[in-house]
Design a protein around this ligand. Sequence first.
Ligand code: SF4
Length: 378
Amino acid sequence: MTDLARPASESTTSPDLALSAAARGDAGSPILEAAHLRKLFPVHSLNPFGAKEAVHAVEDASLALYPGRATALVGESGSGKTTVARMLAQLYAPTSGTILFEGQPVSAKGSRALREYRRHVQLIFQDPFSSLNPIHDVFYHLSRPLRVYRHARSRSDLRDQALALLERVSLTPAEHFLRKYPHELSGGQRQRVAIARALAVRPRVLLADEPVSMLDVSIRLDILNLLTKLKQEDRLAVLYITHDIASARYFAEETQVMYAGQTVEGGTSEEITQRPMHPYSRLLLSAAPDPDRLTGEGGLARLPARGEIPSLVRPPSGCRFHPRCPHVMPVCRERFPQRTALGGGHWVHCFLYGEEGGEEGGAKPTDATSVQTQGSAG
Ligand code: SF4
């Protein structure tokens, strides 16, 4: 058995990794912690003499998930946010970094331990149609985890619990949906079945990978409201992966912004959306200025056509955002900035802030307003 993590006594939750206690209320200790996760995917070349290359999908991601609270991981496609979720779900082994569940190291191997971990940490996928088996009905999808984890004692118990799960996700009358097949359901109904299936094993953590992005805009809010209700009722810790920073503000208490495999800013969702400090966060927000757009047209965040996310096989040196950044300084190309704490659990990786920035001849603003005056990030 290969441990991914350090001993439990060495908690990874430090003041600059987690939100301050005041910012996260009385959520207590984190259920799931990840520190300094890194993931490289080797690129297989047809040339045996060619240089070994790798996709640098995630460089250094740290987060802590608390009961009854949601953390949003926001970024464009290719930012590495789904890879982080898959490492947390143990679908990918991290290249390096640590994962703790309830303070205990998570094992990379050992089928029993892995099965138990996956019972507690459930993944909800972006596409509810492909995550459900088209040849099986709703009862099969809900009864299978109940049987595998021995939560039901008899067939009638199985049926009763499946009906209760459907009612929890507001698929009513539940009897009407029990024998339906995926193709007979709408996208929103399929996602509700996928959520009910995740709940069947009584998880502690939900990893929701873009759970509403493939749904009609009119039902996105319904699904987010359902997840909010379940988060509060079951004290679930939720990781909400999204490219839509407006929905992150609506749904999650905490937000982290990722760009090209690097986490660049984090804090309370209110703080990140009201006082974004990193130029990339400002760019994301400029593409999603209205939180009410969740229910309107154009629900997907679209960035202005100002550069593209870079190749992760040969990513830009230093701060990977530097080719797109309107505030780029020479030092930005040389190294990645350290984390600067801004107070109240808000932090940022950018040379515009903190002690190490500014001396290379670039600007050194102290707040979001002064960044704005140097030119729009969008
Ligand atoms: Fe990155 Fe430099 Fe721009 Fe900050 S100022 S986002 S460190 S390129």
